[in-house]
Design a protein around this ligand. Structure first.
Ligand code: DGJ
Length: 739
């Protein structure tokens, strides 16, 4: 996908033309290139050798000539370390700092220099793209730095294209997407570490001289242990509502590496891209390598401001159907695991209808005959319906669901295979594994080699066959439960391609398959799942309507998980299910799940009457207010990391309606009460509002005075006490403008 073949002669001609102009001009006029958004800017400037430097990052300045004067104010000599603030740091010459680009040229030489050629700006419907072209004066390679700016949202997407105009192959040893430079004094990095059931746990640290790297070598499930999401807070620790804050993500679903380096002048260098680990990439003469994107939102209004900008961008421009509707659903995974049949499922269809949910989602275990998928050690790869469990096929289930007036969705894990499967027996060469070493399994399975076009066809075929046979299927859950061990591709070997392409071409193959799926089935909602929250990024979310953040559905843990995911992802993309995990009352669980795209993993057979009644009422309520949660602006009000409670709210566009969620998140006895009001955000100060408690459990009454009217000014400056206590561990408030 990232290889662009352009007519070779044409390219060479263009290259020679640029190069000659450059040599003829001999001296380089100083050029300033500002990249501006609504509130901030970065600027690049050439020196008298034509090298391009990153000279500014900060508030937008009044005029372009102001940027011209910036560099003169600093004294950062480069004799010791080399090129700290290069726009794209090369290597192998006099630069001795961490490079963005490392190339082995066709003659084996390892040095690269980059000089400025030109800059072009292109206006798109909602964004501006600036393309800065650089070349090596000695070797015929060119680098184009791309900056796509959504100015009103303060969001930038940045990527790089590297073209080989040499006569033979070159090898890219490192090929970063972005290279940023921030001049300042104190930089705080919040990064997100974790493990299975503990995804996206924040750690904040002050960066000190040296390199802090965030990276993955897992191949798939790249969010499992760490995350390509990060937050930089400038001059102070992260604050929710103030301070210059950058929220960033490398939108790449494979191995990533993001280096944060405090240099010897205490400035911050950021280099982000595909992890070079075992990924040297051979680029043929005439070919271009396009890197994935670094996407970032910068706000003067703290993490909250940066998140809202990113959410708006994601909803409008990235997540599939990001401004559309979402289907509430009942999933059978935790209700049945692998143990189901048509009778059980028919009952669950009825439950789906009775609860008032839109769709039933059939999870793992519906396929495999010779190697039936009755547990997780067999069947993966054999996507034929299991005749014993489901003798009448998927079509019958779809119709049964429809008879109950609910839609039908289905789980697949198309990139994977159990050795106990017909697929493995028939196509061992399709599996990623070292030929001469024992296989190492992860959840009893291995990963298919998506660098192989035949495997891509197979994976596409899984989805295509499902829709061809049963066009009424209304939802897909796409799972991915294994990491890549023993990285080796039979396909690359047979085609004389380097093994070091595997990690990159796996991901490109995955994107190609998804591209084909979306060409043919542009609309059908798909959930991105990865053994819990192993995958969520803005490269994959182009193809998915939502993602599954974690298999951990214990509700207190969920408060923290959803809080952390909310820095980067809008509620409309974040699936939240009510399950049997945790001892808290059903109301507590439902209220927390109502902050995202609501689903249930329950069996009504095991629920009490009152709980069923509550579930039904709260689903009706959710359908009433989901528009505010899914399409409105999110405000984090009180952090569970700083308080014994958590509070978040969502406000609609004209600030006439809002939903506020409040949860007790601590078990400590003396903390089980909100003693102070919580300040609301995002309302109109001049409007008057009434507050009503919703999602009350049957037979309970609100303790709140619902007749009072408050100004937005009061609610945002004084606040409102939701009266959380031991008997009211979660409180959902609907805030409505009184006209
Ligand atoms: C892992 C997912 O996170 C679960 O929701 C479930 O789909 C299982 N896989 C099925 O094997």
């Amino acid at each position: 996908m990232f290889q662009i073949n352009i007519d070779m002669n044409m390219k060479k001609l263009l290259f020679l033309l640029c190069y000659s102009i450059l040599l003829l001009s001999n001296t380089f006029a100083q050029k300033i290139i500002p990249i501006e958004t609504k509130d901030f800017a970065m600027a690049f400037q050439t020196d008298d050798q034509g090298r391009l430097w990153n000279v500014y990052f900060g508030n937008k300045l009044a005029s372009e000539s102001d940027y011209q004067q910036v560099a003169d104010q600093y004294f950062f000599p480069s004799n010791n370390a080399g090129q700290y603030n290069a726009a794209y740091t090369p290597s192998g010459t006099w630069n001795l700092s961490e490079p963005a680009l490392q190339v082995q040229h066709s003659d084996g030489n390892l040095s690269t220099e980059l000089t400025f050629v030109n800059v072009e700006t292109q206006q798109e419907e909602n964004a501006t793209v600036t393309r800065i072209s650089l070349i090596d004066p000695e070797y015929k390679i060119s680098v184009v730095l791309n900056y796509k700016v959504w100015a009103d949202l303060n969001v930038i997407e940045q990527w790089t294209e590297i073209t080989n105009n040499e006569d033979g192959n070159i090898q890219l040893n490192k090929y970063a997407s972005a290279n940023l430079y921030f001049v300042g004094s104190d930089f705080y990095l919040t990064h997100f570490q974790g493990e299975y059931l503990k995804e996206l746990q924040p750690v904040e640290e002050k960066l000190t001289q040296g390199i802090k790297s965030l990276e993955s070598k897992l191949g798939t499930r790249t969010l499992l242990l760490g995350s390509p999401n990060f937050m930089i807070s400038f001059d102070q620790q992260a604050k929710e509502d103030n301070g210059l804050t950058l929220l960033g993500q490398l939108a790449w679903s494979g191995n990533y590496k993001i280096d944060f380096e405090i240099d010897s002048y205490q400035n911050l260098r950021l280099i982000a891209g595909i992890n070079p680990y075992e990924s040297e990439y051979t680029l043929k003469a005439g070919d271009t390598f396009k890197t994935p994107s670094l996407i970032y939102s910068v706000s003067p209004d703290g993490a909250g401001g940066a998140s809202r900008q990113l959410h708006t961008w994601a909803k409008k421009f990235r997540v599939l159907d990001g401004e559309g509707d979402r289907l509430t659903l009942l999933n059978n995974w935790e209700a049945t695991y692998f143990d189901f049949n048509e009778k059980k499922l028919s009952r669950l269809f009825k439950d789906t209808k009775e609860l008032g949910l839109d769709l039933f989602l059939l999870d793992d275990g519906w396929f495999g005959n010779k190697y039936p998928r009755n547990n997780d050690d067999a069947g993966l790869g054999d996507w034929q319906v299991n005749k014993q469990k489901l003798p009448h096929g998927i079509g019958y289930l779809v119709k049964e669901a429809e008879k109950n007036d609910v839609k039908f969705g289905i789980w697949i894990e198309p990139e994977m295979v159990n050795p106990e499967s017909e697929l493995f027996r028939n196509h061992p060469e399709w599996v990623i594994k070292q030929p001469n070493r024992p296989a190492k399994l992860y959840r009893n399975q291995m990963v298919l080699d998506l660098s192989n076009p035949e495997v891509q066809d197979f994976v596409f075929g899984i989805v295509d066959n499902l829709f061809t046979e049963d066009p009424e299927i209304a939802f897909i859950k796409w799972d991915c439960n294994a990491v890549i061990y023993n990285a080796y591709s039979d396909h690359l070997q047979k085609n004389n391609l380097p093994q070091s392409h595997l990690y990159v071409e796996y991901v490109n193959g995955l994107y190609d398959v998804l591209e084909r799926i979306r060409q043919k089935y542009p609309k059908v909602p798909m959930m991105l799942c990865s053994g819990g929250g192993g995958r969520a990024d803005y490269a994959l979310l182009k193809y998915f309507t939502e993602f599954w953040p974690s298999d951990d559905t214990e509700p207190i843990e969920r408060i923290f998980l959803q809080w952390n995911y909310s820095y980067f992802f809008p509620a409309i993309a974040t699936d939240a299910h009510v399950t049997n995990w945790g001892k808290q009352p059903l109301k507590f669980k439902v209220d927390i799940a109502s902050m995202g795209k609501l689903g249930f993993d329950v069996d009504l057979k095991h629920m009490e009457e009152k709980d069923i009644l509550f579930a039904k009422q709260s689903i009706t309520n959710y359908h009433g207010f989901k528009d505010i949660v899914l399409h409105g602006s999110q405000y984090r009000l009180a952090s569970p990391y700083e308080n014994p409670f958590a509070s978040l709210m969502y406000v609609n566009e004209d600030q006439s309606e809002a939903i506020m969620f409040n949860y007790l998140s601590s078990n400590r006895w003396e903390e089980r009460i909100t003693r102070k009001p919580i300040k609301l955000k995002g309302l109109d100060a001049s409007k008057k509002y009434q507050i009503k408690e919703i999602n009350l459990y049957p037979g309970t009454k609100s303790t709140l005075d619902e007749s009072s009217v408050y100004t937005g000014d009061f609610l945002m400056n004084v606040g409102f006490n939701p009266e959380i206590d031991v008997k009211r561990t979660s409180v959902v408030l609907k805030i409505t403008e009184i006209r």
